[in-house]
Design a protein around this ligand. Structure first.
Ligand code: SAH
Ligand code: SF4
Length: 368
């Protein structure tokens, strides 16, 4: 019998579990606090619970489902990438990025991904399974626990501890809106002002564009930020690069984002991974501007592609990125060029996991 993952349970569900064990419901609240505020990993640390209850929790439940396989820092000490094994043997990636004063955790929502973008390491292997809410929450807790430690030496990363996670990007493995309920439950737990209390405004969810779920997200009273992975200005090209486009094409996507904006008054960011000779011509920047201008206030994040072993796509060169960016700016679209840090440690969506599965590319990784 597999153990109940305590982080999968909402506060009311934990209270129900306690009642079913013949305990008072308030024990559920106490345990929820230990888990989500104090981030304990062992019931023995829950000192306000009776010993018998702590023992039963230890016997029948699990708190931390993540077992660290390998952890890799980039040379500059700005990125730490961790590969974890889950209880069923599946593996996922989580990344901590230091950026200005931010400490951002990039989390995964699925093992693999079913969308199948051909430039993405996660997409190459297809979908294995959805992550549960607790498996998503645990990724944030893992880095938060490390950051909270009072240590003068931060083991290679350029920061001082104790510290805290300030931002979350849902940009790791998987399509978050294809695992909607678990992802929302996890993000709501992270943003819960009574426990972990990370501001929803500091959470960015990235999607390949699942229209019905974008509409659902617009209805939530939950002000997280939305990013859309565009990568192409025409249906013809996007059908190839982001295959969900064959189902939810650009016109329908833009209409959904208009509805999202009207409903939430929040601006949408677009991600555009720049691939040499594929989507980086100035004419394509003009088409992109035409597509995005009606949305008002759209912002484009230009990301030089992080080449994935086994995929033919290559990053655009600097000049191409500069011209593309200039064309967008001239048309009145704001842009940022986000340098993907740690290319040398195969930081990129799903790439560490891929490297571990194909030992011939392990030479790109320096194990600690
Ligand atoms: N599935 C969601 C979120 C995870 S991917 C999505 O696609 O939006 C997060 C971002 O990383 C997406 O914009 C994705 O297109 C991008 N990405 C994936 N592989 C990449 C690579 N090799 N180089 C640069 N960006 C990549
Ligand atoms: Fe899935 Fe996003 Fe990778 Fe596409 S880019 S395969 S949607 S994880």
């Amino acid at each position: 019998m597999s153990k109940t993952l305590l982080l999968d349970l909402t506060r009311p569900q934990l209270q129900d579990l306690m009642k079913s064990w013949g305990e008072p419901a308030y024990r559920g609240k106490q345990i929820y606090d230990w888990l989500h505020r104090n981030l304990v990993t062992d019931p023995a640390q829950m000192t306000n619970l009776p010993k018998a209850l702590r023992e039963r929790l230890a016997a029948e439940t699990l708190i931390n489902p993540l077992e660290l396989i390998v952890q890799v820092d980039d040379e500059a000490g700005e990125t730490r990438k961790a590969l974890f094994r889950l209880p069923d043997g599946a593996t996922i990636e989580v990344v901590l990025m230091l950026y200005d004063k931010r400490r951002t955790v990039c989390i995964s929502t699925q093992v693999g991904c079913g969308i199948g973008c051909p430039f993405c390491a996660t997409g190459l292997g297809g979908l294995v399974r959805n992550l549960s809410p607790g498996e998503i929450i645990a990724q944030v807790h893992w880095f938060e626990r490390w950051l909270r430690q009072d240590q003068p030496d931060s083991e290679g990363l350029a920061l001082t501890r104790p510290s805290r996670v300030t931002n979350i990007v849902v940009m790791g493995m998987g399509e978050p809106l294809a695992n909607y309920d678990a992802t929302m439950q996890a993000l709501r737990a992270i943003a819960d002002p009574k426990t972990f209390s990370l501001s929803a405004r500091n959470i960015t969810l990235s999607t390949s564009g699942l229209i019905p779920k974008i509409d659902q997200l617009a209805e939530e009273q939950f002000p997280i930020r939305l990013a859309v992975s565009l990568h192409a200005p025409t249906d013809r090209l996007r059908n190839k690069l982001v295959p969900i486009n064959k189902r939810y094409g650009l016109n329908a996507l833009m209409a959904a984002l208009q509805r999202y904006r009207a409903k939430t008054h929040r601006r949408v960011t677009f991600e555009y991974a720049m691939m040499r000779g594929i989507n980086d011509a100035v004419e394509q920047a003009h088409l992109l501007a035409d597509l995005l201008l009606p949305l008002k206030n759209a912002h484009v994040n230009l990301i030089p592609l992080n080449p994935t072993p086994g995929s033919p796509y290559q990053p655009s060169d600097r000049e191409a990125v500069r011209h593309f960016q200039q064309a967008l700016e001239d048309a009145g679209i704001t842009t940022t060029v986000r340098l993907r840090r740690g290319v040398e440690i195969s930081a990129g969506c799903g790439q560490l996991r891929q490297a571990k599965q194909q030992p011939d590319v392990l030479k790109f990784i320096h194990e600690p």
